[in-house]
Design a protein around this ligand. Structure first.
Ligand code: GMT
Length: 378
């Protein structure tokens, strides 16, 4: 199939999922055409089946806001015609679902049918989507989507609560390629960060308010007061400098390292013992799944879809948002008992395997096939 993918190219779960999906589809011999305003950051490999079409908006002095949506819709129309797209998959509802609808209507006027799938990732519904200034457009373009998928049961339920959706929402969870994680463990050495065999806690995020990275520091301070350990922070975003200021004020600041963005979080995950994700909301928690694939148990909140990924008492522990005391107690429990930690490591890995690309990819392929067949019958 010829598949168009529209996504945000920056650091963030939805762009990662869209890119990894495209890469996996290309390996199955589908031709995948990415469309975005810059090259998705994980699209860092060559394949004869992968194509990237940049959407660049000319800077006219008249515009206070650049009309990205119009340019993206034109790009989709162009790519659909010349690359003979069979299906379009847009990740993150705003503004991609309404842009897909616009492109579909333009193509229809040229007697070309292009079904589109909208995948909901979380903040497009739980934060931005709730804003009344977007509501009518989101509801309309979701209802017009030929299929809607959501990355967790929880997000599906939230969407149905927030919007009046007549369409069915299919749950297709996020995924990882477990083989990548198996093969990367050989190159890891803990010595640099933990020269005395200290346990290492890791947090990876885009440092937005919803991630509550201040809770990561608070949990670490409590754990560090009981046992020798290190904290590695990975990622960058609006809260990073405030978090670093907070970390510097900690009695244990010498045990906290902030790495900023790194090309491949696996390089750090593979030396970690415990992953911290105390988010306010999280439709899925791809970062937690990536850690589990690296055999790291997770201490997280029970917000949104996190309990579908992190099984409390098995792959880690979940707590109410803001319950720093409980999260620290659970972290200490795991980090001070090697036998228990190893059991949780194995459980985390076993559960992560259920989200392997080989399990999830066919769900998307079947969905595309269904839409393409229906479109051909029209
Ligand atoms: O979490 C973020 O800030 C990024 C955001 C995105 O849209 O890129 O992530 C959302 O989508 C990810 C991939 O489906 C999910 O794993 C994250 O849980 C979700 N984030 C939130 O719901 C806050």
């Amino acid at each position: 199939m010829n598949i168009g993918i529209v996504c945000y190219p920056t650091y963030g779960g939805s762009g990662v999922v869209a890119t990894e999906l495209g890469i996996a589809l290309a390996k199955e011999d589908h031709k995948v055409h990415f469309m975005s305003y810059s090259q998705p950051f994980r699209l860092n490999q060559f394949s004869e089946n992968l194509f990237y079409h940049e959407v660049s908006v000319n800077d006219y002095p008249l515009f206070e806001y650049q009309p990205y949506e119009s340019v993206l819709a034109s790009k989709i129309v162009d790519v659909a015609i010349y690359e003979r797209l069979d299906v379009l998959h847009v990740h993150y509802a705003i503004p991609h679902a309404s842009v897909a609808y616009m492109a579909q209507q333009i193509l229809k006027s040229k007697k070309i049918g292009l079904p589109y799938v909208t995948t909901l990732h979380g903040t497009d519904i739980t934060l931005v989507g709730r804003d009344p200034s977007f509501e009518p457009v989101i509801r309309f373009s979701l209802n017009q989507s030929n299929a809607i998928t959501s990355v967790s049961e929880s997000l599906m339920k939230d969407t149905l609560k927030t919007f009046k959706i007549d369409n069915k929402i299919e749950v297709i969870p996020n995924f990882i390629n477990i083989e990548d994680y198996k093969s990367s463990t050989g190159q890891c050495s803990k010595k640099h960060y933990a020269p005395h065999g200290e346990k290492i806690m890791v947090h990876v995020s885009n440092f937005r308010k919803v991630k509550r990275v201040e809770d990561v520091i608070a949990i670490f301070n409590k754990v560090r007061a009981k046992l020798r350990c290190k904290l590695i922070l990975v990622g960058d975003g609006p809260e990073r400098s405030a978090i670093e200021t907070l970390a510097r004020k900690s009695k244990h600041h010498a045990d906290i390292v902030s790495l900023g963005r790194i090309p491949n979080p696996m390089d750090v995950l593979c030396i970690g013992d415990l992953f911290l994700l105390p988010s306010e909301t999280e439709s899925f928690g791809l970062a937690a799944l990536e850690a589990m694939a690296m055999k790291m148990p997770v201490i997280s909140t029970n917000a949104g879809g996190l309990p579908e990924v992190n099984l409390t008492g098995k792959t880690g522990f979940t707590s109410n948002v803001g319950n720093i005391g409980e999260m620290a107690t659970n972290a200490i429990k795991l980090l001070s008992d090697d036998k228990l930690l190893e059991k949780f490591r194995q459980n985390a890995f076993a559960h992560a395997k259920k989200f392997d690309v080989n399990v999830i990819l066919p769900m998307y392929e079947n969905l595309y096939k269904r839409l393409v067949t229906k479109n051909k019958k029209k």
